[in-house]
Design a protein around this ligand. Structure first.
Ligand SMILES: Cc1ncc(COP(=O)(O)O)c(C=O)c1O
Length: 464
C-alpha cells in the first residue's frame, strides 16, 4: 500500500480513522482476507461474516438439542425460543415496535418479495408503481399484478446520476386513484448505481393512498434504517447481505394492517391453525406463522441473532462513515484517470458525490480511443489479481438500459429475434457496439484503504 497515498487519504477523510479501529477489526474478525490475499469488493453481492459469528453459532449448536419448532417437546421449545429471540432482535434492531410491525422469516429478500407479490390484493383498477432501478426480484411483482389486471407503471431514472425523475414520480403518485389497491415499490439504495432514494417518499405516497414496499436489501448492510421514523408497509431484506452468515434467511417486515391485507394463494404446514381434508376447509395461523411455509430455518435463526449482535458491536454508523470515505476517495481517483490521449479511462454510472449515495460504484472502462473494454474481461483480469468484483447488469436491467442508452425498441427487437429465449451472448451480439453491462465494486464492514488502493492499482493497469 502506498504510504503517502494513505496519509493524503486520511487527511482528506478524517472520519475514516474516527470511525473505530478497522485494522483491529480486520485482523481479529476478517484475518482470512489478508491470509488468503483476497481483495473483496462485492459487498452488494454478499456481506462477509466475522469469524466470531461462526464460532458463537458453532458453540450454540454443539450444546443445544433443537427439535422442529412446530411442537411442544422440550427440544422443540428450545428451538422456538431461539427463533423468537431472533425475531425480537430483528424488530429491535430496526426500531420497529412489535405492536406496529411483524417480522416474517423467509429464505431471502426475493422470497419476501414473492410473498407480497402473490398475496397483495391486485385487481383491475389496482396499480403497481416501480422505479426503473428496481432489482429483478422487485420487477417480478409486475407479473402477479398484470395477471390480475392491475396496471404497472415505471418511473425512469435519469443519467448520469441515475436518480429518479422527481416530477414523473410526483405525477404518478398524484394520479387519481382507480378502484383498487395501489402498491409503490422502490429500493432504499440501488444495487446498480448506489443511489439512495428519498425515504420521505414513503409518507408522501401513503398520504395519497399508496402502500409502500421498501427494498432495503442493498441499503441496510451499511446504513441505519429506523422504522420508528420511516414506516413503509413492507420492508424486505436478506441477512447474508448484512453480516455474511447465515445464508438462506431473509425477512419481510410488515405493518400489521398491511399484513392483514395479504391473501395467500395456498396453505402449507405451519401456516394454518386448522385444516381438514374431509371438510375441505382451513383457517390461517395468526401473524408471521401464516407466511412461513413449512419449517423455518431453525438451526440458522440463532445465527441471525448473533449476526445482529456483531453488526451492533462493529457499529453500523462506523461502517457507514468508513465506506462513505472510501467511496468518495475512489470515485474522485477513478474519474481522474486519463489515457495518454487525454481520454478518460472511466465512465461512472451514478452520482459522483457521496451525497445520498451508498458504497456501490458502477463503472465502465474505455481504451485510449474511447472503445469500451469488455466488462467480462475486466472481471476476469481482476480475478487473476484475486480482486472479487462484479460485472454484468447485477439483476437490475432497468438502470443498466438507461445508463447504457439502450432504448426500449432496441431491447424489444432483441427479444423478437428469438421467440422462446435469448441467451446473454445473443443479447450482447444484438446490442452490438453498446456495452451491455458494467463493472461494480462495493464496500462493506471489512473494507480498508488497502482494498480501495488495490482496485486503483488494477484500474491504472488499463491506462494506455
Ligand atoms: C436491491 C436488492 N434487492 C433484492 C435483492 C435480492 O436479494 P436475494 O438474492 O438475497 O433474494 C438484491 C440482491 O442482490 C438486491 O441487491
Amino acid at each position: 500500500m502506498d504510504r503517502n497515498g494513505y496519509e493524503a487519504f486520511v487527511a482528506g477523510y478524517p472520519e475514516y480513522l474516527a470511525s473505530g479501529n478497522i485494522e483491529a477489526l480486520r485482523a481479529s474478525e476478517f484475518g482470512r482476507l489478508d491470509e488468503e490475499g483476497e481483495v473483496y469488493l462485492d459487498y452488494t453481492g454478499s456481506g462477509l461474516y466475522g469469524v466470531s459469528q461462526v464460532q458463537r453459532h458453532l458453540h450454540l449448536l454443539s450444546r443445544a438439542v433443537l427439535g422442529n419448532p412446530h411442537s411442544q417437546s422440550p427440544t422443540s421449545r428450545v428451538a422456538t425460543e431461539l427463533a423468537e429471540r431472533a425475531r425480537h432482535h430483528v424488530l429491535e434492531y430496526f426500531h420497529a415496535p412489535p405492536d406496529e410491525y411483524c417480522a416474517v422469516f423467509t429464505g431471502n429478500a426475493s422470497q419476501a418479495l414473492k410473498l407480497v407479490a402473490e398475496s397483495y390484493p391486485f385487481d383491475a383498477g389496482g396499480r403497481l408503481l416501480l422505479t426503473f432501478d428496481n432489482h429483478n426480484s422487485v420487477n417480478g411483482i409486475r407479473e402477479f399484478a398484470r395477471s390480475r389486471g392491475a396496471e404497472t407503471t415505471y418511473v425512469p431514472v435519469v443519467p448520469p446520476d441515475l436518480r429518479v425523475d422527481a416530477v414523473a414520480l410526483a405525477e404518478q403518485l398524484a394520479r387519481p386513484p382507480g378502484s383498487g389497491h395501489r402498491l409503490f415499490a422502490y429500493p432504499a439504495q440501488s444495487n446498480f448505481s448506489g443511489v439512495q432514494h428519498d425515504l420521505r417518499w414513503i409518507s408522501e405516497a401513503q398520504a395519497r393512498g399508496w402502500d409502500v414496499l421498501l427494498d432495503a436489501a442493498a441499503f441496510v448492510p451499511t446504513n441505519r434504517l429506523d422504522l420508528s421514523r420511516w414506516k413503509p408497509e413492507f420492508v424486505v431484506l436478506s441477512f447474508y447481505k448484512m453480516f455474511g452468515y447465515p445464508t438462506g434467511v431473509g425477512a419481510l417486515l410488515a405493518r400489521w394492517p398491511a399484513l392483514s391485507k395479504l391473501r395467500r394463494p395456498w396453505f402449507a404446514g405451519g401456516t394454518i391453525s386448522v385444516a381438514s381434508v374431509g371438510a375441505d376447509r382451513y383457517h390461517p395461523a395468526e401473524g408471521a406463522a401464516a407466511f412461513e411455509d413449512g419449517t423455518v430455518n431453525f438451526t440458522s435463526l440463532p445465527a441471525v441473532d448473533i449476526g445482529l449482535d456483531f453488526l451492533e458491536s462493529a457499529g453500523v454508523d462506523n461502517i457507514h462513515a468508513r465506506v462513505q470515505a472510501l467511496t468518495g476517495w475512489l470515485i474522485g481517483r477513478l474519474l481522474g484517470l486519463r489515457h495518454s490521449t487525454g481520454r478518460p479511462l472511466v465512465t461512472l454510472y451514478g452520482p459522483a458525490s457521496t451525497e445520498a449515495r451508498g458504497a456501490t460504484i458502477t463503472i465502465n472502462m474505455q481504451d485510449s480511443l474511447g472503445n469500451f473494454i469488455d466488462h467480462q474481461v475486466i472481471e476476469e483480469q481482476a480475478g487473476i489479481r484475486r480482486l472479487s468484483i462484479r460485472s454484468g447488469c447485477f439483476c437490475n436491467p432497468g438502470a443498466g438500459e438507461l445508463a447504457m442508452g439502450i432504448s426500449a425498441d432496441e431491447m424489444r427487437s432483441c427479444f423478437l429475434r428469438s421467440a422462446d429465449r435469448i441467451t446473454y451472448d445473443e443479447f450482447r451480439r444484438c446490442i452490438d457496439g453498446k456495452s451491455t453491462g458494467a463493472v461494480r465494486i462495493s464496500l462493506g464492514v471489512a473494507s480498508t484503504f488497502a482494498d480501495a488502493s488495490a482496485f486503483m492499482d488494477f484500474a491504472r493497469s488499463f491506462l494506455g
